[in-house]
Design a protein around this ligand. Structure first.
Ligand code: SF4
Ligand code: MG
Length: 338
């Protein structure tokens, strides 16, 4: 189909002094060409680790990875360092929360953007500089011809984020991974940056994985959404499906902490009590069960002993033993009770 990134049964674990952390435990998802998948969850849900795995940054002696990641026609889990280095920054690019982690303070933005272009495209210095100016212009930096010689600290937070987007897109990658790209910005600038990403996506046909803890960001910028909890996917669907008719108790909880969403979901629904579990020793059964208020409606034994699976078909799906009818009734009640 149109899917050009396919993650199948991904497992990522790390050895620590305290034991093995299962950061991602049996995760599958797809990204369609030219669309944005929002991956949502609290910190420790495995959402960032998943994306580091796609970039091949998990290949350290302390990490173990299993499953398959298909990007176009290449399998990335078993790929060589050389293959991954050829892809990174070129066909797959990354945008971080803090541009200063990606940009060096010691070089002009033009030189940094240009160097990525030279490395992957074998361009001359002159061509790389022209390309840097073109990219700064495309991301909405006024006076790009002059600003190309400025250093990162000469730019405001929002403008710096634009510079990083210019650097990420300089080689026209087919996939961009954006990890909390707007979290550090105020709401107005955040909206501008998300709009910019959308515009660039329309122009360049880029697919985007947008990692965030904020469903408001997903509502504004994503087509599809994957909700993660404790290293597993708990709900998946289009933004309209998941935000309009959420089915998983954890998703109901996330909606309650998204104050910037549109009017339909901007009032607390049902905050999640407790804290995310340790991935050193995750809960048995449904990993959400220690925080869930609906075990009794399922029969508590099932939730605490058997791990619910996300149904493998495409479309709106969730990993919870409640019946669809129960989910719809509970959600309706929560909406009415606000
Ligand atoms: Fe709650 Fe059980 Fe559903 Fe898990 S499977 S979310 S514990 S009702
Ligand atoms: Mg993170």
């Amino acid at each position: 189909g149109d899917s050009f990134l396919s993650v199948q049964d991904l497992h990522v674990s790390f050895s620590t002094e305290d034991g093995t952390v299962k950061a991602v435990d049996g995760l599958s998802f797809e990204v369609e060409k030219g669309t944005t998948l929002g991956i949502v969850g609290e910190s420790g849900s495995g959402k960032s680790v998943t994306n580091l795995a796609i970039l091949g940054l998990h290949n350290t002696e302390h990490a173990e990875i299993g499953g398959e990641i298909w990007f176009e026609d290449q399998e990335l889990v078993g790929a060589s360092r050389t293959t991954l280095e050829r892809l990174r920054g070129n066909q797959i690019a990354m945008i971080f929360q803090d541009p200063l982690t990606a940009l060096s303070p010691f070089h002009t933005v033009g030189r940094q953007i240009g160097e990525v272009y030279r490395k992957h495209k074998g361009a001359s210095k002159r061509e790389a500089r022209d390309r840097a100016i073109e990219m700064l212009d495309r991301v909405g930096i006024p006076n790009a011809r002059v600003r190309v010689d400025d250093y990162p600290h000469h730019f405001s937070g929002g403008m710096r984020q634009r510079v990083m987007i210019a650097m990420a897109l300089v080689c026209d990658p087919s996939l961009v991974i954006a990890d909390e790209p707007t979290t550090a910005l105020d709401v107005t600038v955040q909206a501008q940056i998300l709009d910019l990403l959308k515009d660039l996506q329309d122009q360049m046909g880029t697919s985007i994985i947008l990692i965030t803890h904020d469903l408001g960001v997903v509502a504004q910028a994503a087509h599809n959404v994957l909700v993660m909890y404790a290293g597993r996917a708990v709900e998946r669907g289009t933004v309209r499906e998941v935000l309009g008719a959420p089915r998983h108790p954890y998703t109901w909880g996330l909606l309650s902490s998204a104050p910037r969403l549109g009017s339909s979901v901007d009032v607390p629904l049902k905050p999640v009590r407790g804290t995310p579990p340790s991935l050193l020793n995750p809960p048995s059964g449904c990993r959400f069960h220690p925080r869930c208020d609906y075990l009794k409606q399922v029969g508590p034994d099932l939730c605490s002993t058997e791990q619910p699976e996300l149904s493998p078909e495409t479309g709106h799906a969730d990993a919870c033993y409640l019946t669809l009818k129960q989910k719809q009734e509970i959600y309706t009640e929560l909406m009415e009770g606000r």
